[in-house]
Design a protein around this ligand. Structure first.
Ligand SMILES: C[S@@+](CC[C@H](N)C(=O)[O-])C[C@H]1O[C@@H](n2cnc3c(N)ncnc32)[C@H](O)[C@@H]1O
Length: 293
């Protein structure tokens, strides 16, 4: 079962009305997009992007069999290129934009691309299969660069030790799978996380995913572009899953608030206890929103 995170909160902040033009920049399984479609019907427009073409194909099938009277444009694109996509599609400024950041449970479970340290899959960890995969990045970065990436994007305190072990292994033979990488990390920091609930590979995997996909760069780019993308009265809602993302969103919204933009969430909205129990992945979610005046 697919559980879109903070669905009611997103809908009430975005306030999609019949006939409006809304963008879902991270469409994935369409959990938010489907609800938006219902609300903008009849005669609304939905532009849904996902960088992962598998997700777009899946969503096309799912939405294709439904009977809706809206214009639906689905594209396998990076949301950081939204301005170009809108220009190519001759779409006007939007009435709403939702970004639900990071990766999805579908990608963790079924992509076969090594997003999970619990699986033994080829170590790609990228949304766009054409992108430089993590297994190549591990080869190309120096030990110091790798340690810095791991520390910067996850705060992993054993980053130096882990980077050293990774490079030592690569000098002997390449690391090809997520399982191999997870094993090296486990061996390097034995017992480090024993008492906590967190797997020792969690932070390193997060850091490598953020770096490989330039997740923070993409977010910064779209935050900067918002005035070009959003119409007067339009709303933007962003769900982030870790503090590095939330900080970018918070600061961008604060800066916008000095220029005809109202911040709708003085504090970020977080999931209720019952949502977290139903969908543990939602536990670190933070939702912030603004309205262009
Ligand atoms: C958390 S999921 C979104 C779930 C969706 N809101 C739903 O309820 O079904 C995040 C999705 O964003 C996509 N994604 C990540 N970075 C992206 C980017 N820069 N541009 C477009 N899509 C991106 C991922 O491929 C993933 O499918």
């Amino acid at each position: 079962v697919h559980n879109p995170v903070l669905l009611n909160e997103v809908i009430s902040l975005l306030d999609p009305q019949p006939g409006k033009f809304i963008i879902d920049g991270t469409a994935d399984g369409g959990g938010h997009a489907e609800e938006i479609l219902k609300r903008i019907s009849p005669q609304g427009t939905l532009l849904a992007l996902d960088w992962d073409e598998h997700m777009v194909r899946r969503l096309r099938l799912k939405l294709g069999i439904q009977n809706h009277d809206c214009r639906v444009v689905l594209r396998a694109e990076n949301y950081a290129c939204l301005a170009e996509v809108m220009k190519n599609e001759k779409l006007p400024k939007a009435d709403g934009l939702i970004l639900d950041l990071g990766f999805s449970s579908e990608q963790v479970e079924n992509s076969g691309r090594g997003f999970s340290f619990l699986k033994d899959e080829p170590l790609y960890m990228v949304y766009d299969p054409e992108h430089r995969p993590v297994k190549t990045i591990l080869k190309e970065l120096t030990e110091i660069e790798l340690a810095d990436v791991i520390y910067k994007f996850s705060g992993e305190r054993y980053s130096r030790r882990i980077a050293k072990a990774i490079k030592e292994r690569i000098r002997k033979e390449p690391i090809e799978t997520s399982g191999e990488l997870a094993k090296i990390i486990r061996r390097t920091v034995p017992g480090a996380y024993e008492r906590g609930r967190i797997n020792p590979a969690t932070r390193t995997f997060q850091a490598l995913r953020i770096y490989a996909n330039d997740e923070l760069g993409n977010l910064q780019k779209i935050m900067k572009d918002l005035p070009k993308l959003i119409a007067k009265g339009g709303r933007v809602a962003v769900i982030s899953f870790h503090s590095l993302e939330d900080k970018i969103v918070k600061e961008a919204f604060k800066e916008l608030s000095q220029k005809k933009v109202e911040v709708l969430t003085k504090k970020p909205l977080i999931p209720s206890r019952s949502e977290i129990i139903k969908n543990p992945r939602s536990r670190s979610a933070k939702l912030r929103a603004v309205r262009f005046l």
